[in-house]
Ligand binder design. Structure first.
Ligand code: GMT
Length: 378
């Protein structure tokens, strides 16, 4: 198949999934075309069968806002015709699903469109009356729509009420990029003592991530044991959170590490990953960390409840409940035997439910189905 993929290329889970899926499809022999505003950040090595088409966004003085959507649609239409694409896979409802539909019309070709819903394109933008109808249109005019969790599917029906089947397909990680291992060198270079436990949180530092709850949880853990908190990422909440850490006198133990590329190295020195979001359709950082052998604690919200099986593969707490999170953390970090048992169940569970091959098979099946070629059920 000849597959065109559009996503947000900057750091973020939806861009990672789009890129890794494109790479897997290319490795399976399909011809993959990324049509994005910049080189997707995980497309950092040459892969045969992949072509990158950069969208030029016109800065013409008359435009108050550069017309990203129009430039993108035009570029996609050109690539459809030039390379005779069979399928478009658009990641994120707004504006990408709509750009795909416009591009199909511009190209004059009856190309099939899959749209993958990732999260705030529904759970935040879906409440914006200026956008809701556009999201509904993008969903209903796509040939196949997938969501990254069952919970996102349900929320889409609640918020947008589209007249369309939505197929949940879970996220995945490239297993070999997140091996289990112990990077003692990295611990030393960040001043982490051998007897200290390491808690990690990775996000785009938006309010919805509730980083204050992460820090408050850590403060309680720190009262009970030697530990460090690694906060990785950047975003609007960063300065306030630095202030919060100062006010708790935790500056020595909370390391703000900014954006990082080699996440696997940081997971390898970690004992627990925390994701305490108010809304989260999946939480790809959890799966990356879990593949690296790190036990998770997350909130009972959205897809987090599908990724973590409470008290089996990690722990779930109510939103804002830093006491419960800290109690689970302290208990498991003090019991190495229980930690190891739970880790082994967790690794088996994620292998069974989120393995990259299984997920790529599902996407490939639906690609073929759109083209009327599907053979086996997955
Ligand atoms: O929708 C967003 O806020 C950004 C988006 C992203 O590009 O990382 O995150 C969403 O998609 C990820 C990949 O499917 C999921 O792992 C995240 O849980 C989801 N974010 C939210 O639901 C807040």
């Amino acid at each position: 198949m000849k597959i065109g993929i559009t996503c947000y290329p900057s750091v973020g889970g939806s861009g990672i999934i789009a890129t890794e899926l494109g790479i897997l499809m290319a490795e399976r022999g399909h011809e993959v075309h990324f049509i994005t505003s910049n080189m997707p950040f995980r497309l950092n090595k040459p892969v045969p069968n992949i072509t990158f088409h950069q969208v030029d966004i016109n800065q013409y003085a008359v435009f108050q806002y550069p017309p990203y959507d129009i430039s993108l649609s035009t570029k996609i239409a050109n690539v459809i015709n030039e390379y005779d694409l069979d399928i478009l896979h658009m990641h994120y409802a707004i504006p990408h699903a709509i750009c795909g539909i416009l591009a199909r019309q511009m190209s004059g070709k009856d190309i099939k469109i899959m749209t993958t819903l990732h999260g705030t394109d529904i759970t935040v933008l879906g409440y914006d009356h200026a956008l809701r109808n556009a999201i509904k249109f993008g969903i209903e005019k796509s040939d196949i729509v997938t969501s990254v969790s069952q919970s996102l599917k349900e929320e889409t029906y609640d918020i947008i009420q589209p007249n369309k089947e939505i197929i949940p397909i879970y996220n995945f990680v490239k297993e070999q990029d997140f091996p289990i291992g112990r990077q003692q060198d990295l611990r030393a270079s960040y001043g982490i003592d051998k007897d200290e436990k390491v808690i990690i949180h990775v996000s785009n530092f938006r309010k919805v991530k509730r980083i204050d709850t992460i820090i408050d949880t850590f403060a309680r853990i720190r009262q009970n044991m030697k530990a460090k908190l690694l906060l990785i990422g950047d975003g609007p909440e960063l300065l306030d959170m630095r202030q919060h850490v100062k006010s708790l006198h935790l500056t020595e133990d909370v390391l703000f590490l900014g954006k990082q590329d080699c996440m696997s190295n940081f997971y390898q020195v970690s004992d627990l990953v925390l994701l305490m979001s108010e809304k989260e359709s999946f939480g790809l950082t959890l799966l990356e960390a879990m593949n690296s052998g790190v036990l998770p604690i997350g909130t009972r919200t959205g897809g987090i409840q599908e990724v973590i099986k409470h008290e089996v593969t990690g722990f779930l707490v109510d939103i804002g409940d830093c006491d419960a999170a800290a109690n689970y953390a302290i208990e498991i970090l003090q019991d190495e035997t229980k930690y190891k048992q739970m880790q082994s169940v967790m690794l088996e569970d994620i292998h069974a439910r989120f393995h990259s091959k299984k997920i790529a098979d599902q996407y490939e099946y639906y690609y073929e189905k759109m083209l009327g070629e599907s053979t086996t059920n997955v």
